[in-house]
Design a protein around this ligand. Structure first.
Ligand code: PLP
Length: 424
């Protein structure tokens, strides 16, 4: 068959972009070659609706083995009692949890999107805000830290059925124990969505939500450095609080409700090629090499935060405990939108981001979010962080000087050429 030149030349173009530029998008990373190989393997040809050993299709012996390995490795990595590795994405993982735990119209309490939360935690444009009744907590304006007092107040007043913690743009750790105590006062369940810091949590660099939160979801492609996908876990299984029974009249365990909410609840056939890639990534994340990597991710984030602060950048909460930071550019006379565009010209990729209490729209924003997961995979260390912050600062200062931006781009390309992405 003739190769699709158009698409493959575009893939090459994207590979060059990734190879040459500085990838600071906090939710991105670069998978290993073996993860990539599994994701592009013959497993993409296989239908396997159901779970290992309980499929609706024949010929599933091999994929059963692969999926079982993925489940066991996920459990080992997070010290979980149960895991479902089938969600196609983080949003799908959350959709399945909501379907399992809630009825349409039920109240939920999540972290405000405009303060750093995620769309799937109750935004009105998302299923979570359309099907359920969302309430929100945010950060304190003065400190940029989660306003736990507000969380408790709203929880006690509204009595949501589900409290969601976790974020897309929050640089500090979470007090899962406190959130569980609040939930217990009103009989609510707690979901921790650890999509961003899951790699740091897995290797003990941040607080562990599994002992406190009823259910934990994560994407597999951010700090965890696996293929794009989702994962649902529980620290321990428990009887579902809704009294839903099996055909034999026994109360169904929560794991059964969650499994059923993934398939047939919200998905059809699982992506076994991606599940194989997840299994490999979980195996990698259990290694000493990954431990060195994730420790370096955190060190790099702290070095980068310090370098920004030294140049009078305003970091929300003043710094970071994880792999990312949210920067308010209000004192730099540039919007998040323009900063993203300008940095793009220097081949530094970031995303514009609302900051808490932002006066600008989500399309313009006052801030940017940056993270160190991807550049650490490229082998960059603390000394490079200072240089990167210098590139960013210079680019923002000279934002309308195209030749100057081009000079920075060349320096960026030189830096990245010393840290090749994939062996040719
Ligand atoms: N939850 C959080 C906290 C996220 O940051 C994200 C993605 O950015 C998601 C869920 C959704 O993941 P996906 O894009 O895989 O659907």
């Amino acid at each position: 068959m003739k190769k699709d030149k158009l698409i493959f030349s575009l893939i090459e173009e994207e590979e060059a972009r990734q190879e040459n530029g500085l990838e600071l998008i906090a939710s991105e990373n670069f998978v290993s070659e073996q993860v990539m190989k599994a994701a592009g393997s013959v497993l993409t040809n296989k239908y396997a609706e159901g779970l290992p050993g309980k499929r609706y299709y024949g010929g599933c012996e091999v994929v059963d083995e692969i999926e079982n390995i993925a489940i066991e490795r996920a459990k080992e990595l997070f010290n979980a009692a149960w895991a479902n590795v089938q969600p196609h994405s983080g949003a799908q993982a959350n959709a399945a949890v909501f379907l399992a735990l809630l009825n349409p119209g039920d109240k939920i309490l999540g972290f405000d999107l405009s303060h750093g939360g995620h769309l799937t935690h109750g935004s009105p444009v998302n299923f979570s805000g359309k099907i359920y009744k969302p309430f929100f907590y945010g950060v304190e304006e003065a400190t940029g830290l989660i306003n736990y007092k507000q969380l408790e107040e709203v929880a006690l007043r509204e009595k949501p059925k589900l409290i969601i913690c976790g974020a897309s743009a929050y640089s500090r750790d979470w007090d899962y124990k406190f959130i569980r105590e609040v939930a217990d006062k009103i009989g609510a369940l707690v979901l921790a969505d650890i999509s961003h810091p899951s790699g740091l949590i897995a290797r003990g660099l941040l607080a562990d939500p599994l002992p406190y939160c009823h259910v934990v979801t994560t994407t597999t492609h951010k700090t965890l450095r696996g293929p794009r996908g989702g994962l649902i876990m529980m620290g321990k299984d428990f009887e579902n609080p809704f009294g839903i029974k099996t055909p034999k009249g026994e109360i169904k365990m929560m794991s059964a409700l969650l499994d059923g909410a993934v398939f047939p609840g919200t998905q059809g056939g699982p992506l076994e090629h991606i599940i194989a890639a997840k299994a490999i990534a979980f195996g990698e994340a259990l290694s000493d090499k990954y431990m060195d990597y994730i420790v370096q991710v955190k060190k790099n984030a702290q070095a980068m935060a310090a370098a920004f602060v030294a140049r009078d950048y305003k970091l929300i909460s003043g710094g970071t405990d994880n792999h990312l930071m949210l920067i308010d550019l209000s004192n730099k006379n540039i919007t998040g939108k323009l900063a993203e565009e300008v940095l793009g010209k220097a081949e530094i990729t970031v995303n514009k981001n609302m900051v808490p209490f932002d006066k600008r729209s989500p399309f313009v924003t006052s801030g940017i979010r940056v993270g160190t997961a991807a550049i650490t995979t490229r082998g960059l260390k603390e000394k490079h962080m200072e240089k990167i912050v210098e590139f960013i600062d210079e680019a923002l200062i000279h934002h309308d000087d195209e030749p100057y931006l081009d000079k920075i781009r060349k320096k960026v390309n030189e830096m990245m050429a010393k840290h090749p992405l994939y062996k040719k």
